[in-house]
Design a protein around this ligand. Structure first.
Ligand code: ZN
Length: 182
């Protein structure tokens, strides 16, 4: 999912860009068009997803796409323009698992500055244990805590989110956990 490409061409005129310091005193190198001088700012992207749960089990999806093809993940993906974080999380959950669910509260907010991303996961209460995964998913199935394939998870943010989910579940109280991943 989750590495981004450097900007190579101007989004306005299509000419090549060069990375350098802008003339306005900005201290960060920016992608600047070599023809029209437009500065193309790059900012972090949001990845939004859910922890879909059914009784004492959570739903994981086996990835059918690179990167990490064949590894297990929570349903998640890049937020789209025009949607809220919870709308994006719900859309990704539908696309990747075909599950029926009700959105709940925000569980994790994780800054991942190394890749310029912020990941947000919501709890989602499944209303059916029948799934219909899309092409991005080989298999969607429920796991009890002791069945989670911890060594076969696709992303660190998925592991951290599942750990918080089960810890909160044991404590009988869910809250929002905000932290950074180096
Ligand atoms: Zn240009």
């Amino acid at each position: 999912m989750y590495q981004r490409q450097a900007i190579r061409h101007c989004r306005d005129c299509g000419s090549p860009v060069a990375y350098g310091l802008p003339p306005d005193g900005d201290v960060r190198e920016r992608a600047i068009c070599t023809a029209c001088q437009t500065i193309h700012y790059e900012n972090p992207l949001n990845v939004v997803g859910t922890v879909p749960h059914w009784g004492d089990q959570v739903l994981l999806c086996k990835r059918n796409i690179e990167p990490r093809k064949g590894k297990w993940t929570l349903p998640a993906g890049f937020m789209e323009l025009g949607e809220s974080t919870s709308e994006g999380a719900a859309r990704e959950t539908t696309e990747e698992s075909g599950a029926q669910f009700i959105m709940e509260d925000l569980l994790t907010v994780m800054s991942v500055p190394r890749v310029g991303q912020v990941h947000l996961y919501y709890c989602a209460r499944l209303t059916s244990d029948v799934f219909d995964p899309g092409h991005e998913t080989m298999e969607a199935r429920l796991f009890k805590e002791e069945e989670i394939p911890w060594d076969e998870l696709a992303f660190r943010t998925v592991k951290e989110t599942l750990e918080h989910y089960f810890a909160d579940r044991r404590a009988g109280r869910f809250s929002t956990h905000a932290f950074d991943i180096a």
